[in-house]
Design a protein around this ligand. Sequence first.
Ligand SMILES: NC(=O)c1ccc[n+]([C@@H]2O[C@H](COP(=O)([O-])OP(=O)(O)OC[C@H]3O[C@@H](n4cnc5c(N)ncnc54)[C@H](O)[C@@H]3O)[C@@H](O)[C@H]2O)c1
Length: 335
Amino acid sequence: MTDQITPIDAESTIGEWMRHPAGVRIIAGMAAQGGISDSALRLARNVPLSRFLSAGGPLPDGMIDHLVSQANGGEAPDDVAHTSWTEVVTRGRFDGQTVIVTGAASGIGRAVASRIAREGGRVVAVDLSEDRLAEFAASIPEAEIVPVAGDITSDESIRRIVDAAGARIDGLANVAGLLDDFSPIHEVSDETLERVFNVNVFGLIKLTRAVVPFMIDQKQGSIVNIASEAALRGSSAGLAYTASKNAVVGITKNTAYMYERYNIRINAVAPGGTLTGMRPGAVSAFGQARLDEHIADAPLALPEALAASITFLLSRDGININGAVLPSDGGESVY
Ligand SMILES: NC(=O)c1ccc[n+]([C@@H]2O[C@H](COP(=O)([O-])OP(=O)(O)OC[C@H]3O[C@@H](n4cnc5c(N)ncnc54)[C@H](O)[C@@H]3O)[C@@H](O)[C@H]2O)c1
C-alpha cells in the first residue's frame, strides 16, 4: 500500500470521486447545494462524473474542467486510469439488417438505436419528438438511420413506421414507455391508467402486430420488449406502471410461444434504475412514501449498458433464447 493519491477526472465515476480525499469534498458540496441525498449519490457510484452532472441539462462552460482541476491540486491530470465499463462496438453485427427501435430519441431507446446503427444495421428510429430524432440522426452521419416522428398508439403512425422499414424487418426493439405517478390502486385515476396502458401495452401490441407478419413471411425475426424491475416486484412504481410492465411480460411469453415455428424470437429485458430522461412528474404522496421504504442499493446504469443487453438478445447471438425475461439491473432483482 502507498499513500499516493490517484488522480481523477471527468470520466472517473462518482464512486471514485467519493473515495478521493479532495473529490469527496467537492461532490459532497455539490450534493448539498443540489439537494442530492447520500443514498442517491451511492446509487450513482458507477456513473462517470461528466454523465452524472450533464443528466440534469447543459452545464456552464468549463465547469467540469474547473472541478477536475480543483480535485487535482489545481492541475489537469493526464493518464488517469479508469476501471468503469465502456461500450465496445462489434463491427458488422447488424450488417444487412433493418431494425425498428421505438423511444429512439432519448435514454435507452437512443442507446439501442445508436449501437445497432454503429454495428451496421439500418435503423428505423421512432419517437414522438421530431427535433430530438433529427439531432440523434445527425450525431452519427455515417450510419443509416431513418427517423420516423410518430406515436406508437396511433394507427397512422404505425403505417408510416412499417412503410419506412420497407420490404424486410429483421428486428424490433419496443423501448418507448412512460412512468406513472406512483399511485396505488385506491388512488389511481382513469387518466393515469389510460395514459400508461396506451403506450406501454397497447402501443407495443399494435406495432408488434404490424411487424410480425413480415417476420412470418421471412421465417425470421427478433423482438425485444422493454419491461422493468416493476415486472419482477411490487415495490418499484405505482399500480398502472407495475401492471403495464407485467402485461409486457405476458405479451412476450405468449408471442414467443406462438411463433417459435417461424424462427421468430421474442424476449424481454427488465431494466433496473437507469440514467435517462424518465421522470414521474407529480407523484402520489402515499405511493412515494411507501416506495421510499424499499430502495434497493443497486447501482444506477448508463443507457448504453441496457443497450448491451438488448442488442445481445436482438442479435444472432441470442439464438437459443426465446420467451425469456432478462433482468439487466446490476443484480437488483436478487436483493
Ligand atoms: N430509466 C429507468 O430507470 C427505467 C427502468 C426500468 C424500465 N425502463 C423502461 O425503459 C424504457 C425506456 O425508458 P427511458 O428511461 O429511456 O425513458 P426516456 O423518457 O428517456 O425515453 C422514452 C422515449 O420514449 C418516447 N415515447 C414515449 N411515448 C411514446 C409514444 N407514444 N410513441 C413514440 N415514442 C414515445 C419519448 O418521447 C422518449 O423519447 C421504457 O419502457 C421504460 O419503462 C426505464
